[in-house]
Design a protein around this ligand. Structure first.
Ligand code: GAL
Length: 424
């Protein structure tokens, strides 16, 4: 039976939504000293900075009296930034707005009392009517809305260079992980590395795509809401495939963030890389490479028709020192013009439904069509904050760091299952 977008989404997010009924949302207010706004993101590297710069330029043009303080902390898909942010929030020193993923990552912050309710701003700006319901659900808790999404990214993608794949004697990229392993063995025999990989978070990103491809969307979603048994035979088999896939990667020499791993599929140091569609911005804009000629993309093995989504959004932290300016920044993030400047440069689909489609070309135009196609099955990303709260996600990081050395799938599954119980 086909699985509808809406049903999958509600299954994925219902659990924590109910648990937040008692969450407080009262404003503490800032002292509004000076016309400035400090915005905290992890977009400072090539392929990420360009989109932020375009959004900031539009913000500055519309708000000439406000100084923009770019507090970006590079790398780690936000893990570096979130560590620093946590210290600042603990020390009662919040920025005026910070980047957070829609879904349970945001819910964790709301539950901890860090974010203000933005429902009144939504009503004033008329944003509710311009966002997909599924996305609104991911930022709404107990009927209140807590962040402003700027984009939608897709995680389940396999990147490659058509020239390198052809030169390696491969007719087409693998459609299943079993097929990947067959190709990987043939590549190894030729002295080639099948897969490039980066730091821990990119290994987690690979893990979620292998689980999705092997288990299918229903069981994948069940991993995050307690309905799929982590210790069951099908999950253990999928984890076994993950460790085999890793065995064909360059994990031993992985260094840097996601960009160096992508560089390897262009140089030929590796044939494939699994990564989100921010890759498009890096290869097309920063590297000036041509889609479908210099690089190409397909769904990660076993996940055709599935959109493993994530969304970057911005908050108003409690105690933001420049609250009025922060609201102006949020208005920029939520605006059609802002999103149409940001997303073509970020490789992402605009969160808003009323974007100017003429501005989107190549891969992003295709992604918009797939995201809005009612036949597409939508699931949420683990690595990028949709399906696991921050406590559980951190416990998965610890277990994964052990798994990539031990290859002990049962120990990993047991650790993840028990940390799910304790994180609730
Ligand atoms: C994700 C984020 C993307 C991109 C990526 C790589 O978590 O949502 O926008 O920045 O990290 O850094």
């Amino acid at each position: 039976m086909p699985i509808s977008r809406r049903r999958l989404f509600s299954v994925g997010l219902a659990v924590a939504g109910g648990a937040l009924a008692g969450c407080s949302s009262g404003a503490r207010g800032g002292n509004e000293s000076g016309a400035q706004v400090e915005v905290f993101t992890w977009w400072s590297g090539p392929g990420e900075k360009e989109g932020l710069d375009a959004l900031v330029a539009d913000f500055k043009a519309k708000n000439p009296g406000i100084d923009f303080n770019n507090a970006a902390v590079a790398g780690g898909a936000g893990s570096n930034a979130r560590a620093i942010l946590a210290d600042r929030l603990k020390a009662d020193n919040p920025p005026d707005s910070y980047q957070v993923h829609a879904g349970l990552e945001l819910q964790s912050d709301v539950r901890a009392g860090k974010c203000e309710d933005l429902t009144a701003l939504y009503e004033q700006q008329g944003w509710k009517d311009n966002l997909p319901k599924s996305l609104l659900d991911a930022i709404t808790l107990d009927g209140k809305i807590y962040s402003v999404p700027v984009d939608v990214h897709r995680a389940n993608l396999l990147w490659y260079s058509p020239k390198i794949v052809t030169a390696a004697g491969i007719a087409s990229p693998p459609k299943t992980w079993d097929e990947f392993l067959v190709q990987a063995e043939a590549l190894k025999a030729k002295g080639l590395t099948a897969l490039s990989i980066g730091p821990g978070w990119t290994q987690k990103h690979l893990l979620e795509t292998v689980l999705l491809g092997q288990l299918g969307p229903d069981k994948y979603l069940g991993l995050w809401n307690g309905r799929t048994d982590w210790n069951g035979p099908d999950v253990l088999a999928a984890l076994g495939i993950f460790t085999k896939v890793l065995g064909y990667s360059d994990i031993a020499s992985a260094a840097g963030d996601w960009q160096p791993a992508i560089d390897k599929i262009i140089s030929g140091a590796a044939v494939y890389n699994v990564m989100g569609d921010w890759v498009v911005a890096y290869l097309s804009t920063s590297k000036q490479l041509v889609y479908k000629t210099d690089y190409a993309v397909t769904t990660s093995p076993g996940s055709v028709g599935i959109y493993d989504f994530l969304s970057d959004s911005f908050t108003l932290p409690k105690g933001a020192p420049h609250r009025t300016a922060a609201e102006k920044w949020l208005m920029e993030c939520g605006s059609t013009e802002g999103q149409d400047l940001f997303n073509p440069r970020k490789g992402s689909v605009p969160a808003r439904l009323d974007s100017d489609r003429a501005l989107y070309h190549g891969y992003i135009a295709e992604a918009i069509a797939t995201w809005l196609d009612t036949d597409t099955t939508v699931v949420g990303s683990l690595t990028h904050g949709v399906v696991a709260n921050t406590v559980w996600s951190a416990a998965i990081d610890t277990a994964l760091a052990a798994l990539v050395h031990s290859y002990d799938a049962p120990a990993f599954a047991a650790a993840v299952a028990s940390s799910y119980q304790s994180s609730r």
